[in-house]
Design a protein around this ligand. Structure first.
Ligand SMILES: Cc1cc2nc3c(=O)[nH]c(=O)nc-3n(C[C@H](O)[C@H](O)[C@H](O)COP(=O)(O)OP(=O)(O)OC[C@H]3O[C@@H](n4cnc5c(N)ncnc54)[C@H](O)[C@@H]3O)c2cc1C
Length: 384
């Protein structure tokens, strides 16, 4: 059960999403257009980017459950809108957990307020699940690092002011021990800054509203003080420690998209008539809806359970992994079945059922694939 305070947060975000996001989501998705910047500014003003960070660093000091509730409601309106904050959560929690006090005071207030928008640059063209294999090289030269290499799938890279980037600072140390996290500042804009910094968007089947970029660094200079935590060789461990938040937030995104698909399918099933009655009166359609509602609630409760673990200071990589893996697969099944309820119109861009289905497909891939989640879960089960 969620508390009255949590309910208030949920309702206020729901109102915001209904007023500001619902009316534009399908049209912008159809045009493959980006989320309007004024909407992102409003989200920043409402404090969505700093939800979980302490007030002393400009955040709202709320718990993980609040973050999950906000995420679910935003993603229910449009996955991409619920995913803008993911970038600030990942970068902010990396800084909060691992930054020096000076770095926290410098970066966190700007990230919480949206003055500084962030993107996560971990994946590379040849390096995905095996993050320890990162090749992008950062070489220390006096008071700066010189960065060379390529990142892939860096979502929101164009609009970001900072790319939170996993780099190799020491090629002589074993894979994960030679990695560091660099906060790489850039000017926002689609043009990037070639040849030092280039970016090209990757065409995708869904998750419109934000573009994911291949990003190339060519002797790009970064002040040495932007090394997270001020110590080389910690990047891999720093990243692992943020996975709990990121996976919980992704599970909440999946629940939101699945809920949206079910909302739409229920409405359509009541309105659409065949054989002289609403299709909602056919048992097979009713049971599709019932199954979907049951699966969504199971994923939601698993997500909230992981939040509770996190909020009581317990290790929750297992629970966060379970929630993420289950919610991702649930969202794929549920959005597909809800599309089926629409018949041919489910396949048409006139209705949002196809958007939910296209968007849901990504959950099994990003923030650690399902295969990797099951490895994490199995490792814990079989330990000792
Ligand atoms: C829309 C989108 C947005 C993204 N945004 C970002 C972002 O903002 N920042 C960022 O850094 N990355 C981002 N990513 C990248 C994403 O995190 C990676 O795609 C993901 O980690 C998987 O890596 P990969 O694509 O290289 O697949 P690979 O790692 O090459 O995996 C290919 C297949 O092999 C399986 N596999 C790999 N290793 C194992 C194993 N040990 N055991 C069993 N199976 C295995 C995988 O599960 C998968 O099925 C995004 C991806 C997408 C699609």
């Amino acid at each position: 059960m969620i508390s009255a305070d949590h309910r208030m947060i949920q309702e206020s975000v729901r109102d915001f999403a209904r007023a500001e996001v619902d009316p534009i989501a399908s049209e912008l998705d159809n045009q493959a257009a980006e989320i309007p910047m004024p909407l992102i500014r409003k989200m920043a003003e409402l404090g969505y980017f700093g939800l979980i960070f302490p007030a002393e660093y400009g955040g709202s000091g709320l718990d993980t459950l609040s973050m999950a509730l906000v995420t679910e409601e935003l993603s229910r309106a449009w996955l991409s809108v619920g995913s803008v904050m993911t970038r600030m959560i990942i970068t902010g929690s990396l800084i909060h957990a691992n930054g020096t006090e000076e770095q926290k005071r410098l970066w966190l207030p700007k990230i919480c307020s949206g003055e500084m928008l962030a993107a996560a640059a971990f994946t590379e063209p040849d390096v995905g699940s095996d993050a320890a294999g990162v090749k992008t090289r950062a070489v220390r030269q006096g008071d700066k690092y010189v960065v060379n290499g390529e990142k892939a799938w860096c979502t929101f890279a164009n609009r970001a002011h900072v790319l939170c980037t996993l780099v190799r600072t020491n090629p002589d140390r074993p894979k994960h021990k030679g990695l560091s996290m660099l906060l790489i500042e850039k000017e926002p804009g689609d043009g990037f800054d070639p040849p030092r910094l280039s970016g090209s968007p990757i065409p995708t089947i869904g998750y419109k509203g934000m573009n994911s970029y291949n990003v190339a660094f060519d002797n790009y200079e970064v002040p040495a003080e932007n090394l997270l935590g001020g110590e080389e060789g910690k990047g891999f461990y720093q990243l692992m420690a943020t996975y709990e938040y990121a996976r919980i937030q992704t599970a909440a995104r999946a629940v939101g998209v699945a809920q949206a698909a079910l909302d739409a399918a229920i409405q359509y099933a009541k309105e659409r008539e065949q054989f002289g009655k609403p299709i909602a009166e056919f048992q097979i359609i009713r049971h599709k809806l019932a199954h979907a509602a049951t699966e969504i609630e199971a994923a939601r409760q698993l997500t909230h359970y992981a939040c509770q673990m996190k909020d009581t200071g317990k290790r929750c990589d297992l629970e966060a992994g379970m929630a993420k893996a289950f919610a991702a697969e649930m969202a794929e099944r549920v959005t597909s079945e809800c599309l089926q309820v629409f018949g041919g119109y489910g396949y048409s861009r006139e209705y949002p059922a196809q958007r939910y289905w296209r968007d849901a497909r990504v959950f099994r891939i990003f923030e650690g694939t399902s295969e990797i989640q099951y490895e994490v879960i199995a490792k814990r089960l079989l330990a000792d």
